[in-house]
Design a protein around this ligand. Structure first.
Ligand SMILES: CC(C)(COP(=O)(O)OP(=O)(O)OC[C@H]1O[C@@H](n2cnc3c(N)ncnc32)[C@H](O)[C@@H]1OP(=O)(O)O)[C@@H](O)C(=O)NCCC(=O)NCCS
Length: 220
């Protein structure tokens, strides 16, 4: 997801009654903590605003995503919005932290593209000091398991600007398949860029997990 669906200027704090009744599930009440060997994903907190502002507003991180909030207060509003959207069952955002450190160094977002999360879109941004360290890969694996097993996503989409080499490389290495070229679909710094539409289908993810499981069993 190149674009954070959050827009500060549209954040009116007005609570809207849902059109369809919301079926409450555990994740709508609060996100689980997802733990890997190196990375822990957890719910965002207001206190994450400072580190996310410092790490996600740099030129290299924000170059190919829609502009993140431009102040710490803007990130505080964004975090409050993520919690409201999660309660409404439309969107979730995990903070990325390193094991034994509580500082948020990035985010993974999941947004429903149809009611009920059958089709969803995901996006991610991590502070550049942590690029190429395995943080993305492990975080992505945790988020994919959450998407397919807990949210019951069956089709997970992502968009990456063609010029975003790391974004494309990251998606390919977690098994996303290039499905289409979205020509001139992303407005970035006053020009329209081409994006690639990447998709992971639940069946493909399940099959690749089984292959990994069998390889691990064979190696050990
Ligand atoms: C996207 C992001 C989270 C990925 O995290 P990361 O730590 O950089 O990802 P990784 O290093 O694990 O994977 C990137 C892969 O792309 C490869 N890559 C790097 N530059 C590349 C390029 N120009 N062209 C193709 N592949 C490239 C890397 O070699 C790596 O693959 P490898 O591990 O097999 O060598 C991070 O780069 C980021 O936050 N970017 C800014 C935000 C952003 O653009 N988000 C939207 C993405 S669609």
């Amino acid at each position: 997801m190149e674009k954070m669906p959050y827009r500060q200027e549209l954040d009116t704090h007005v609570f809207q009654e849902p059109i369809a009744p919301i079926v409450s599930t555990d994740w709508q009440d609060g996100l689980p903590v997802l733990s890997g060997k190196m990375v822990t994903l957890r719910e965002l907190r207001p206190s994450d605003a400072q580190s996310l502002f410092a790490l996600l507003t740099t030129e290299e991180v924000s170059r190919f995503i829609s502009p993140p909030p431009s102040t710490v207060e803007g990130f505080e509003s964004f975090i409050a919005w993520t919690l409201r959207q999660r309660t409404a069952g439309k969107y979730v955002c995990f903070a990325v932290t390193l094991k034994r450190f509580d500082t948020a160094i990035g985010i993974f977002q999941l947004r429903e593209a149809e009611p009920g999360f059958g089709t969803a879109e995901w996006g991610f941004a991590i502070g550049s000091a942590f690029w190429g360290t395995g943080v993305f890969q492990e975080g992505a694996e945790l988020v994919l398991a959450f998407a397919f097993e807990t949210l019951d996503v069956h089709r997970l989409e992502a968009r990456a600007a063609v010029l975003n080499g790391r974004g494309n490389g990251a998606l390919l290495k977690v098994g996303a398949v290039q499905e289409a070229m979205l020509r001139r679909s992303f407005r970035c710094n006053g020009e329209y860029l081409d994006q690639v539409l990447y998709v992971i289908i639940e069946d493909d993810w399940t099959a690749s997990r089984e292959v990994c499981r069998q390889i691990r069993a064979y190696v050990h």
